[in-house]
Design a protein around this ligand. Structure first.
Ligand SMILES: Nc1ncnc2c1ncn2[C@@H]1O[C@H](COP(=O)(O)OP(=O)(O)OP(=O)(O)O)[C@@H](O)[C@H]1O
Ligand SMILES: [Mg+2]
Length: 232
C-alpha cells in the first residue's frame, strides 16, 4: 500500500483557486488585488513584484502563485520565480521537478531558456528555485541577479517573486530593494501587529516600494459573496 503523504502542504501538488475556479469570489479578490497593484504606480509600470510576509506559513506562496495566474489570465506574459531559496514550494504547486532553476541561472550554469518552464496557462511561465544553496542572500544580491533581472524584463511583462519571510532572513529585504513593488501578506487573526510593524520597518530600510497588504484568510459574510457573484 502506498505510504500516506502526511505533509501535503510541503510535498503535495497544490490547487490554485484562480486556475480551478476563476469565477469564485476568491478569484475575484485576486483580480481586485491585481487591479490595485496596477493602479498603485501611476508613473512607472510595476514589472517586478515580490510577495512576502513577516513569518512562515502566512500565505506568501499561495498569494504569489494566484497573482501570477490572474496576471497571465489578463494576457500578460508572466514569470513566477521561486526566490524562496530556503523552503521552495513553487515546483510542488505546479507539479514540476526542481533539479534546475534560479540558483543554476544565478551561478551561470544554464541559460534562461533552459531554466524557464511553461504551464498549461499559455502566458504563465515558471522558474523553480533550483538546488538550495548554502548562501541564498549572497546569491540574491549578486551581479548575476542584476543580469537576471534585466534579462527577464526583456522577455516578460510581469515577474512575480515568491520569497522567504522578512523577519527570519535577509533574503526578502535584498530582493525588495531590487523589485518595483512589494506586497505584504498578513494572515488574518494570526500575524501580530508588532511583527507587521517590524516587517514594514525592515522593508523601508531596504528601500522597498511597499504597494500594500494582502489580508489572507479573512472571513467574508454571505452578503460579500453575493456581491461578488453579482458583479462577475
Ligand atoms: N486562505 C487560506 N485558506 C486555506 N489554506 C491556506 C490559506 N492560505 C494558505 N493556506 C495553506 O497554508 C499553507 C501555507 O501557505 P503558503 O505555503 O502559501 O504560505 P507561505 O507563507 O508561503 O509559507 P512558507 O513560509 O512556508 O513559505 C499551505 O498549505 C496553503 O495551502
Ligand atoms: Mg512559501
Amino acid at each position: 500500500m502506498a505510504k500516506k503523504n502526511t505533509n501535503a502542504s510541503q510535498s503535495g501538488r497544490r490547487k490554485l483557486i484562480t486556475k480551478l475556479n476563476p469565477k469564485s469570489p476568491i478569484s475575484e479578490q485576486y483580480r481586485t488585488i491585481r487591479t490595485n497593484i496596477q493602479f498603485s504606480a501611476v508613473d512607472e509600470e510595476i514589472r517586478t513584484l515580490m510577495v512576502t510576509s513577516s513569518g512562515p506559513s502566512e500565505g506568501k506562496s499561495t498569494t504569489a502563485a494566484n497573482l501570477a495566474v490572474v496576471f497571465a489570465q489578463q494576457g500578460k506574459k508572466v514569470l513566477l520565480v521561486d526566490a524562496d531559496l530556503r523552503k521552495p514550494t513553487v515546483h510542488y504547486t505546479f507539479g514540476m521537478v526542481n533539479t534546475q532553476g534560479l540558483t543554476n541561472l544565478l551561478t551561470r550554469q544554464i541559460s534562461l531558456q533552459e531554466a524557464v518552464k511553461t504551464t498549461d496557462i499559455e502566458t504563465l511561465n515558471i522558474l523553480t528555485s533550483g538546488p538550495i544553496p548554502p548562501n541564498p542572500a549572497e546569491l540574491l544580491s549578486s551581479k548575476g541577479m542584476q543580469t537576471f533581472l534585466s534579462a527577464v524584463k526583456e522577455e516578460f511583462d510581469m515577474i512575480v517573486f515568491d520569497t522567504p519571510p522578512v523577519l527570519a532572513v535577509t533574503d526578502a529585504q535584498v530582493l525588495a530593494n531590487q523589485c518595483d513593488g512589494t506586497v505584504l501578506v498578513v494572515y488574518s487573526g494570526k500575524t501580530e501587529i508588532e511583527s507587521i510593524q517590524k516587517t514594514k520597518d525592515l522593508l523601508n530600510a531596504a528601500k522597498a516600494k511597499l504597494l500594500g497588504v494582502v489580508l489572507n484568510n479573512k472571513k467574508m459574510d454571505k452578503t460579500d459573496y453575493y456581491y461578488y457573484y453579482g458583479t462577475k
